[in-house]
Design a protein around this ligand. Structure first.
Ligand SMILES: [Zn+2]
Length: 90
């Protein structure tokens, strides 16, 4: 059984992140491109969200514009941290 590097709590093989502290876990048989895939997914979501934000800007749905803007900012931060993770991996 593997344990979390951060808090030393036992982990299930299928876990991708620690249940206790949320630390990302490297599975024993890890897909090497997992982080790249995750980064791509976040990038796609970010572009979609940004596009929808622009659309909302030109419509009268101000409420959804603020929601989409918030989602875009969150995705931007996730994307940035994902990029940092993948670059530190190399
Ligand atoms: Zn942990």
């Amino acid at each position: 059984m593997q344990r979390c590097k951060q808090c030393d709590s036992p982990l299930a093989k299928s876990d991708l992140a620690c249940i206790n502290c949320g630390e990302a876990i490297k599975p024993v048989k890890t897909k090497p491109d997992f982080r790249k895939k995750f980064g791509k997914l976040v990038t796609v979501l970010f572009i979609l969200s940004a596009a929808l934000t622009v659309v909302a800007l030109f419509t009268s749905y101000v409420g959804s514009f603020i929601t989409l803007l918030a989602a875009t900012i969150v995705l931007l931060m996730v994307k940035k941290s994902a990029d940092e993770m993948s670059s530190s991996e190399q």
